[in-house]
Design a protein around this ligand. Structure first.
Ligand code: RNT
Ligand code: ZN
Length: 417
């Protein structure tokens, strides 16, 4: 891209936004500072490195694009390449199954930071924050799709210990990176067909979670989150941690509630749930995803729902109360591009939220002028966001057009795997 053209575009955009009372430089700084957590699992189709060769738990990555990362070193190289294409404060979200075992006999109930040493030092040396997830799937100790709410006490014990270890690992990550490490609990527990005793599993789940969270830990360093889900593949009829369950648990236990945009009925939106949820829970974590007909985890696109989510966060000043993470896994296209596209879209939507003339739009609403509100909302869509975005990329040393990098990496790295 011609730098001079970008600078000209930026000058025009500044004028255009100033006429609406928007300070572009302040908006860029605001959007730039909001952390977005990059999910490590897009790079290898959620397989991990601690023993599994396929994915379970009712989730599925479809596609067969060449170049899947097969080792931690390959995955870290891919992550670095993708991060280089994305401006702003990016964190990395790790799953426990990405452990590099320090001893051959250590299992998930016994993991410590020794099993994540390479990840922790990689992150600390780059100034990248780490979030963490215990992995309750793709493991022989799963009782079908049940973990913390299994009827088998030995199964529950194993997974309770895994949950406890995960908080300890995250605490160490937070100390070493100087940034909070959100620990997200998602368990697939549920049934394919109609559950006869819907209470029994929930009682066990509550007891298990309470035991995991019993030891005091500084939750400003390690915010602990519970993720709800409507259904999974082969878990269509009953999930233990449904929306109502997770919301109730988070409210009564002072935990973070994780809202995944693929985990609701297709006409429900997470953007509509944010301010309602935050009226009663302290903090929310987002798994920004895109379901197409089901929880298909398509790459996040720059669509209305993404924009509404980011508008809700910035227009309400929720930056400190909402942890933004991405959660999708597409194996049908270049995986590094999949990361870059989704992460750039998240950042672009944050920028658009910061640039929008929200004061004027809200002012019209206050005055009861719903015609003006709609006119401003619609005009906002075509304001020169792209010109500001290009200038932002330029000043952060991130390519405006990134597909050359992707093509080069495919040729030099992915094709050799
Ligand atoms: C599954 C949940 C969960 C996972 C990741 C890998 O439906 O969304 O968050 O996608 O933890
Ligand atoms: Zn999720």
């Amino acid at each position: 891209m011609d730098e001079k053209a970008i600078l000209r575009g930026y000058d025009y955009a500044k004028e255009r936004y100033a006429a609406l009372g928007v300070d572009v430089d302040a908006a860029v700084a605001r959007a730039d500072a909001v952390p977005v957590s990059m999910h490590c699992w897009q790079g290898d189709d959620v397989v991990g490195f601690d023993g599994a060769d396929s994915l379970s738990g009712g989730i599925a990555a479809t596609g067969n694009f060449p170049g899947r990362a097969r080792t931690p070193a390959e995955l870290r190289a891919d992550i670095e390449t993708a991060m280089g294409l994305v401006p702003g404060a990016t964190k990395l979200n790790l799953h426990a199954c990405y452990a590099e075992k320090s001893r051959p006999d250590v299992d998930r109930d016994g993991y410590t930071t020794a099993d994540f040493e390479n990840w922790a030092s990689w992150a600390a040396s780059r100034g990248v924050g780490l979030d963490f997830n215990p992995t309750f799937f793709s493991h022989p100790k799963m009782d079908g799709n049940f973990s913390l709410s299994s009827f088998d006490p030995a199964v529950r014990r194993f997974w309770i210990e895994h949950g406890k270890r995960s908080r300890e690992i995250a605490l160490d990550f937070a100390k070493r990176t100087g940034k909070p490490s959100v620990v997200n609990f998602w368990m697939p527990d549920g049934y394919k067909d109609t559950c006869a005793d819907t209470v029994a599993h929930r009682e066990r789940m509550t007891a298990s979670l309470d035991e995991i969270f019993a030891a005091p830990v500084d939750e400003t360093l390690v915010p602990c989150a519970l993720e709800s889900k409507l259904f999974g593949v082969g878990i269509e009829s009953y999930t233990v941690v449904s929306h109502e369950y997770a919301l109730g648990y988070a409210i009564t236990r002072n935990k973070v509630y994780t809202l995944d945009s693929g985990h609701f009925h297709p006409t429900e939106t997470v953007s509509a749930k944010l301010s309602a949820t935050l009226a009663f829970v302290g903090q929310v974590q987002l798994h920004v995803s895109r379901g197409v007909r089901w929880d298909s985890d398509h790459v996040v696109t720059f669509d209305d729902e993404l924009q509404r989510i980011m508008d809700e966060i910035l227009w309400n000043g929720f930056e400190k109360r909402v942890f933004i993470g991405l959660d999708y896994f597409d194996a049908s296209i270049d995986r590094i591009a999949a990361w870059a596209i989704g992460l750039r879209n998240a950042r672009k939507a944050l920028l658009s939220a910061a640039l929008a003339p929200s004061a004027a739009i809200r002012g019209a609403e206050r005055e009861g002028n719903h015609t003006l509100r709609l006119a401003l909302q619609e005009d906002r869509r075509t304001l020169p966001l792209g010109a500001v975005w290009e200038h932002y990329c330029l000043t952060r040393g991130v390519p405006v057009e990134f597909m050359d990098t992707i093509a080069r990496y495919e040729r030099d790295v992915l094709s050799k795997r």
